[in-house]
Design a protein around this ligand. Sequence first.
Ligand code: B12
Length: 214
Amino acid sequence: MLEALKKALLGMKRQEVIDMVKQELDGGTDPLDILKACRKAMEEVGKKFETGEFFLSELIYSAEVFKAVGAILEPALVAVREGRDNAGAIVFGTPKGDIHDLGKNIVITMMRSQGLMVHDLGVDVPPEAFVAELQKTGAPVLALSALITPAFAGMQQIIAMLEEKGLRQKTFVIIGGGVTTEFARKEIGADAQTLDPIKAIRLCRDFIQGQGVQ
Ligand code: B12
């Protein structure tokens, strides 16, 4: 059934996708598995865009369909529990040059539902804004989302600025988003990389608890 859902999303069949997501949820499918299947389909959309089979219009429309999926999944994702609640602040955003935010918004929704306080700076965020927000809030975690490779340069700049301001040691920098990899993490100099929201929550919480930050 999740295969059919992927196919419908790839086929831009909005209503079919919405109906299938609801059916899957009603049938007891793990919302994270539904999210995974939809993410895979979006990856396929991206591949077809790359090869010229799809145009920008399909990229935009698929994003609209995915937004509808996100809205249906949100309450179920919020209900996913991982460990106990724990407060802690995270500055989150998509670096300058990148305007993708569907994945970021899902991760933020899940983090907030787990008791983490997220300061969402949005998309296309200049490096200085991340640093200023970390200074203002004293947040121990910086989370960065990237879907296009040029965003890596922005991430490197942010980390360099953290070093300059003496904030690097006390800030846990986690990156995620479709184009990020372990290799990219090392190049950028971040502390962690994952595409998995649950793993991200666990990593952030471990760091926050280790710091004794509440
Ligand atoms: C939808 C989409 C768009 C939409 C975005 C709408 C929006 N509001 O976000 C629109 C149409 C605007 C768009 C525009 C463009 N796009 Co686009 N887009 C996509 C597409 C198809 C899907 C992305 C998506 O939302 N996936 C679903 C979400 C849920 O997945 P996700 O973001 O990876 O998030 C998950 C995890 O990564 C994780 N996560 C996300 N963030 C974070 C952060 C942290 C800290 C953690 C821990 C985890 C985490 O959580 C989610 C859990 O499921 C991708 C294809 C792909 N392979 O991803 C191309 C893709 C990213 N786009 C691409 C391109 C080229 C563009 C454009 C340049 C096209 C153009 N010619 O204008 C512009 C760029 C504009 C810009 N400056 O940013 C390329 C990037 C290539 C590259 N390597 O640089 C891709 C890969 C397509 C391709 N194969 O060519 N795009």
